[in-house]
Design a protein around this ligand. Structure first.
Ligand code: SAM
Length: 431
């Protein structure tokens, strides 16, 4: 057994979990293979949150069926989110392991058993050695105890579990030692972090501790749940120098009746008040949200309420998805998916069109301003990076700027990114 290939789709938590798994396997002496054909073990980090993602997982499994027929010694593992494990076992009997969803430590341990690695190397579970990366996701909390009627995550990722703050601090320190400048703290419902720990820890307390990590420049966290976003968190974002003014706060719909049937546990007014508090304290804060269009029973009037809400609250970014029934959820079982696909698509485009206008106006405000950009990479011969408010910025320079925080003056704005000129005065990163 010498090479592994990991294929990942879906949320940033899958990306972070697969990165940690890759690190562990490398510590056991396995090498990363570019292609499944060159691997002895293939791990799929699956996502079933939407039908499109699930279809791509099935596509991968069909290809692996062929590969396994040619090379029966190949090991195939499915991790991440899987909805109906008995059904998947029946459809894909060649899969060697469908790992318990959401428990990446279990995935790792079960893989070690499957590959019979335990005798060969000593494994220290929480002291991962990081692959250097300027911005890295760090899972801090798994699962979700809420019961939104459309969402499959509580089934696939199980109940809420927090990682102890010391373990997270250790991981972040190690990442920073290897060159990481920004960490994105990941959870499906990040404000719930620490409530299952004894003694209890608040996300704001974790942020305070992480803010003192030497060499770390920036901290972000996602995704939020509006019902649990307290003032302590608003203050932590405003006060802590490393915590970025950037919040992803999914509202899902702008109509109280739709929110009630989604069992979101808040009304639009509550959400509006929270946005008001955030903007009062941080007028420049970058805000994004998630919207589902075509939820069962969503009328045209209710959809118009969503457009009106978006026009009023003016987000920097809106992630919009057509409602996709997920087997086993309350919405799929007890409600009728009665908004036709074409109508869902029309509503999705209406949100996108409106958001394009809003984002254009917001980004125009950046013209001529000098912003602080963490340089994450290059694209088409230019550097790119992000502002603290999560605006993507492209600019040209022949200086070695990777991983540096630099000042860029914005010269052009587009709805989804900014263009700028490097001001030739790179800021020093204090390590
Ligand atoms: N913290 C988030 C929240 O408050 O809901 C949860 C993140 S959720 C796993 C990611 C996004 O996927 C959701 O915000 C929602 O917009 C979308 N999503 C989840 N289930 C969906 C479904 N059945 N159909 C369409 N979109 C869905």
């Amino acid at each position: 057994m010498s090479a592994f290939h990991i294929w990942t789709i879906g949320c940033q938590m899958n990306v972070a979990d697969s990165r940690r798994l890759a690190e562990s396997l490398q510590r056991y002496g396995l090498e990363a293979a570019e292609e499944p054909a060159d691997a002895d073990v293939v791990v799929l980090y699956s996502c079933v949150v939407r039908q499109q993602a699930e279809d791509r997982v099935h596509g991968q499994l069909h290809q692996l069926r062929q590969l396994k027929a040619e090379r029966p010694q190949l090991k195939v593992v499915v991790a991440g989110c899987v909805s109906d494990i008995p059904d998947w076992r029946k459809r894909y009997p060649f899969v060697d392991l469908i790992a318990e969803p959401g428990q990446d430590l279990t995935v790792r341990e079960r893989l070690i058993d499957l590959l019979d690695l335990s005798e060969r190397y000593r494994f220290d579970p929480e002291q991962a050695v990081r692959i250097p990366g300027v911005s890295e996701g760090v899972t801090i909390h798994q699962g979700c105890n809420r019961a939104c009627t459309y969402c499959i995550v509580p089934q696939t990722r199980g109940g809420e579990r927090s990682r102890p703050p010391e373990v997270i601090l250790d991981e972040v320190r190690r990442l920073t030692e290897r060159g990481t400048r920004e960490v994105v703290l990941l959870s499906q419902i990040v404000e719930r972090y620490g409530r299952d720990l004894r003694p209890r820890v608040l996300l704001s307390e974790l942020l305070h501790r992480l803010d003192s990590v030497a060499g770390l420049e920036r901290i972000r966290f996602l995704t939020s749940y509006p019902g649990d976003f307290g003032n302590d968190l608003v203050e932590a974002i405003a006060e802590l120098p490393k915590v970025c003014e950037d919040v992803n706060l999914p509202i899902q719909a702008g109509d109280d009746d739709v929110l009630r049937r989604m069992r979101r546990g808040y009304v639009v007014d509550h959400y509006r008040e929270l946005i008001g508090r955030l903007r009062l304290r941080m007028p420049e804060i970058g805000l994004s949200t998630d919207i589902i269009v075509g939820f069962p029973g969503e009328t045209e009037t209710q959809f118009q309420h969503t457009l009106e809400m978006l026009d009023e609250l003016r987000f920097d970014v809106v992630h919009v998805a057509m409602y996709s029934p997920r087997p086993g959820t309350v919405a799929a079982t007890d409600m009728v998916d009665d908004v036709p696909r074409e109508e869902k698509r029309r509503r999705l485009h209406a949100v996108e069109d409106l958001q394009k206008q809003i984002a254009t106006r917001i980004n125009d405000r950046y013209l001529g301003r000098t912003v602080e950009v963490l340089v994450e990479g290059t694209a088409k011969g230019r550097w790119y990076g992000r502002t603290r408010t999560n605006k993507l910025v492209h600019f040209a320079s022949d200086q070695p700027l990777a991983g540096r925080v630099v000042e860029v003056t914005v010269s052009a704005s587009e709805p989804w990114y900014l263009e700028g000129m490097f001001s030739d005065k790179p800021m020093l990163v204090v390590v």
